[in-house]
Design a protein around this ligand. Sequence first.
Ligand SMILES: [Zn+2]
Length: 288
Amino acid sequence: MNYIDKTEVPTPKLNVNTKISKWDKYEFVEINKMKFIRGYNSESIGNSKLFEYKIINTPDILFKLLLLHQKLNVKFHHMQKKISDELSDDDIENILNFCKLYGLPFWGKNPTANFCINQEHNKSKDIALNTIIHPIIPFANENFFHIASFIQCLYWLKTDFLRIVVANNWEDDINIFHLLKSDDKQRMANIHASQSENKQTMLFLPNLNPYVTYWDDEKMCLVLNCENIIHFSTYQLCLLQQAQDYSGGYIKKCPKCNQLFVAAKPQQKYCKNPCTRQAYYSLKRRKK
Ligand SMILES: [Zn+2]
């Protein structure tokens, strides 16, 4: 059933402001038999901001999370304890490497099932209230996230991604292929069967929390606030599903740095971040 009225309301330009929790160092810790990643700063820096706001308008983080999921050996379980028990040193290493580049995916010292909300002190569970930009950012010298919750989060991110791939018949797209695991084929067949039965693509993570925008007088544009990079990635899932002009070349792999990126035009070959065609050929010439 399609009950969306496609009226001609102009699409507003959005800047996406995301809370990022980056630290100098990251380590694996066990507290009360629960497994966490701890982010902290070297002592010379002292207390620092719990997070900062960053404008991000590209989907790289979503792809990096999907690629991280691909690398992990630990399987999804509804019981978080089972995930903790099966976590390998390799898995932890891969998660630590991700944190070094992108910071903590979400934060708080508790297990969670709502990955788009950080369990900060004295915060309400209402994301609409929480996502209003606060002029005062709390200070801290460390921050944590619960690993088993994160593994569940990655599973749902991947599930929603597969649902979008199946709904749009992107299974054979050469660029989507980089983001799929060998056992995803069977999962996609199951998703296909349930989508045909329900005649609906149901996404889990984008339904967890609202997306709150506010007006920025300085930039004269609407700003969307994301609580953390998971909340941000669920917004990117929505964009992916709504990308009307997907031409099969939307997600590409840069031949120079091997990173996935979203091409602005179908013919764009290099990520432009920073690779360009000229840089690629001059590098090749130097290697000869
Ligand atoms: Zn590149």
